[in-house]
Design a protein around this ligand. Structure first.
Ligand SMILES: [Zn+2]
Length: 417
């Protein structure tokens, strides 16, 4: 006997099938599953996705927009004001906002989150300790990966407070190492230091790269070359890469080829960069994202993520990756159904691959992390921004709700008296 049988849903990339859950795992998938279950969920006319994966967020910064201003709307002011806020923010504040943000994401069907946890001169271990607590609180529900993130510092050198704290955390265990080479004094030196640490402590790298409109920014190209040189193919991720859109097409395609050769994972943050970038443009204000279409065409593992949720970097957002998918489709001008559907691996399998989630997906033996959407197929789930009626995490239903329509006149009733 199974714990759950979910009947007749349209499984993402598998078509209409039943799905059974037992012991936190997907026990069986098939067209007409036999056997009994403790509970049956009727998913006829609905779509089932594996849990969405938000591969680039900042739980420590989220939900601060009410008290951390950004009057210019620039990346620079956001960093400055956020750093000032962190000087006095206590562990309780960091944890409380983190809980609220993770719960918000779970309501949107998210089952995996990677978050970059800021280390800066004045914060000591406060933000990291609160984030460890956050991870512990949600460990029975979702995968929460903590990337130690030496923030927007000019240098990263032995003896510096930020370096020492970063190394201390790596010694005790982190899920990855981050950083912003583009914002440092010398991006190559900064990147080299991060590689030394990542190799020594055997952690993947996940960097904020070329988050600007500058056509001469070259941290991404260097990162790809360095990844090959150090033999870290497949273990390095580059987020943002917005300046690539300002680089002439020929040069951009050369860089994209290097990215592909290096096995870099790319993460684009459509909503956040649409809001933050192009601030210097007085005409033809640009979209601000990287070259999504070109990365897809080159076969690079590219994901969409939310980045900042209601903080000085972006005062909006609710962790809904279907919203990011719809936005991305418009930004890379997906004009066909096939192109439109390319957004969906970018919020499911691609980020799961980036995070190394081995038990992910709609397949027997995978973790039963599912979201059921009240639309008949994956295409309409995105274009309708479908209602998420069930969220199951590790085999347990954590959200179940019904969409009730009142005063509804069905198309079938129209014309009848
Ligand atoms: Zn970020």
């Amino acid at each position: 006997m199974y714990e759950y049988i979910i009947k007749g849903g349209h499984l993402f990339q598998k078509g209409v099938q039943d799905l059974a859950v037992e012991g936190g795992k997907i026990a069986a998938i098939g067209p007409s599953l036999r056997g009994t279950a403790g509970k049956t969920i009727d998913a006829a006319g609905k779509t089932i996705f594996p849990g969405f994966v938000d591969v680039h967020t900042h739980t420590d910064k989220s939900l601060t927009s009410g008290h951390v201003p950004n009057t210019s709307g620039t990346l620079h002011e956001a960093i400055e004001n956020m750093d000032r806020y962190f000087e006095t923010a206590d562990e309780e504040d960091i944890l409380r906002r983190g809980i609220e943000m993770v719960e918000m994401s779970i309501r949107q069907g998210v089952s995996g989150i990677r978050t970059h946890i800021t280390i800066q001169p004045s914060t000591g271990m406060r933000i990291w300790n609160a984030s460890l607590e956050l991870k512990k609180l949600f460990q029975e529900m979702i995968t929460l990966q903590l990337v130690v993130f030496p923030g927007a510092v000019k240098r990263l050198e032995k003896g510096d407070h930020v370096y020492e704290r970063t190394e201390k955390i790596l010694k005790t265990g982190a899920d990855g190492l981050g950083g912003c080479p583009t914002l440092s004094e010398d991006h190559a030196v900064f990147t080299d230091t991060l590689f030394d640490l990542a190799k020594y402590y055997v952690v993947p790298l996940d960097l904020h790269v070329d988050e600007s409109d500058d056509p001469d920014a070259s941290a991404l190209e260097y990162l790809a070359e360095k990844t090959i040189k150090e033999g870290m193919e497949g273990r390095v991720t580059a987020g943002h890469c917005t300046s690539l859109s300002a680089v002439p097409a020929k040069k951009a395609s050369e860089i994209i080829k290097k990215v592909k050769d290096a096995g870099l994972n790319i993460v684009t943050l459509p909503a956040c960069n649409l809001y933050l970038m192009g601030r210097g443009d007085t005409v033809n204000r640009r979209r601000g994202t990287t070259r999504i279409r070109e990365f897809l065409d080159a076969g690079v593992n590219i994901s969409l993520a939310s980045d900042n949720i209601r903080d000085p970097f972006r005062p909006y957002g609710n962790g809904d990756l279907l919203e990011e998918a719809l936005l991305a489709a418009q930004i890379f001008q997906a004009g066909t159904r096939e192109a439109f559907l390319e957004t969906l691996p970018m919020i499911t399998g691609n980020p799961a691959l980036t995070m190394g989630l081995d038990d992910y997906g709609l397949r027997e033996g995978a973790s039963a992390d599912l979201v059921i959407i009240d639309t008949p197929d994956p295409y309409s789930a995105v274009i309708d921004q479908g209602f998420k009626s069930v969220v199951m995490l590790k085999g347990k239903v954590v959200i179940q709700r019904e969409l009730t329509l009142t005063s509804y006149i069905s198309p079938a009733a129209m014309g009848k008296k």
